[in-house]
Design a protein around this ligand. Structure first.
Ligand code: FES
Ligand code: FES
Length: 178
């Protein structure tokens, strides 16, 4: 879990989203619809973006799980993707933000060395996440900025690389907190 071994107990019916929040206290993973629709609960499992409300906790025994709490560096420095969301004003209430960040991370890792992203590519990558506040335009801008940062452009190019997934196959969950 976010680079450290974590143990907890879960009944076979317990969802990963509930296990993260209630057993491990990782409340950065948000729960919206609980039906796999909104993407707020997205985490990385073995580097792949997955909706944690559709996975049983017991299915993740021994897996490498990354939540939004795992994005920032140990010293608190934000991941370039988080910095981009902050700089582009890509959040308002922030409820959807963890899901967006965790969905976008594999996409941006995969496209790290590619040319400029098109609006269609970005919007496609965002397609599995719902936001009730922003109208999405600033999120699109944040993705473009994050891509620049993660590709070695202006800003924090160090990037706290997490996972090497092949993309957002399971939908689409940065701010921490309940
Ligand atoms: S809570 Fe909406 S997809 Fe999981
Ligand atoms: S910022 Fe409020 S739901 Fe997206």
């Amino acid at each position: 879990m976010n680079g450290r071994a974590r143990r907890g107990s879960a009944e076979s019916r317990h969802l990963l989203s509930d296990f993260l929040r209630h057993e491990l206290g990782l409340t950065g993973t948000h729960v919206g619809c609980e039906h796999g629709v909104c993407g707020a609960c997205t985490v990385l499992i073995n580097g792949e973006a997955v909706r944690s409300c559709l996975v049983f906790a017991v299915q993740c025994e021994g897996a490498e799980v990354t939540t939004v709490e795992g994005l920032a560096a140990e010293d608190g420095e934000l991941h370039p993707l988080q910095e981009a969301f902050q700089a582009a004003h890509a959040l308002q209430c922030g409820f959807c933000t963890p899901g967006f960040l965790m969905s976008l991370l594999p996409f941006l890792e995969e496209r790290r060395d590619s040319g400029a992203l098109t609006d269609d590519e970005i919007r496609d990558a965002l397609g599995g996440n719902l936001c009730r506040c922003t109208g999405y335009q600033n999120i699109v801008e944040a993705v473009r900025l994050a891509h620049t940062k993660m590709s070695g452009g202006a800003g924090n190019s160090a990037g706290n690389s997490v996972g090497t997934s092949t993309g957002n196959s399971a939908g689409t969950c940065a701010a921490e907190g309940a």
